[in-house]
Design a protein around this ligand. Structure first.
Ligand code: TYD
Length: 138
């Protein structure tokens, strides 16, 4: 998978003087069925998260509150994306290395995932990830 396959998508937003509402349906607003939801919160200033690629899991990241940056690598190109809208999300297919930093105070990152958590699905070592993608490319 390449960085070009990672996309910022705009979710439905119901604007209301009582407060706005955004919703996500699996296989509709995101391309995959949602089998897990997790969130990062209380991230201290200056902390980095991520630092891995997933072998088969698709994910969709939303800055539900505040903002943060997602840095993507596909073994060839790199891209830094700033997420700061509750109605936008970043779709990440499998085999994309991602890191996250620049979390604003009180920010919350919601992640929708296509699969339950499975440590065996992770590349946590960048060199192992590079080796795996060079083997699939050749
Ligand atoms: P980690 O993948 O390091 O978090 P991040 O990529 O956001 O920095 O996960 C931290 C710990 O939480 C690690 O021990 C695995 C565990 N974990 C689960 O048990 N279930 C999950 O769904 C996730 C995402 C992590």
């Amino acid at each position: 998978m390449r960085i070009q396959d990672c996309q910022i998508l705009e979710l439905p937003k119901i604007s209301d003087p009582r407060g706005n509402l955004t919703f996500v349906e699996g296989c509709k607003h995101v391309s995959f069925g949602i089998n897990r939801v997790f969130y990062l919160y209380d991230v201290p200033g200056g902390a980095d998260r991520g630092g891995h690629a997933l072998k088969t899991c698709h994910q969709f990241l939303i800055a539900i509150s505040g903002s943060f940056d997602v840095i993507l690598y596909d073994g060839r190109d790199t891209r830094r994306i700033h997420l700061n809208r509750s109605y936008n999300g970043l779709y990440l297919p499998p085999m994309i290395w991602r890191e996250m930093d620049n979390f604003s105070s009180g920010s919350v990152c919601l992640v929708l995932a296509s699969e339950p958590y499975r440590e065996a699905d992770y590349f946590r070592d960048y060199n192992s990830y590079l080796k795996a993608i060079s083997e699939t490319a050749s």
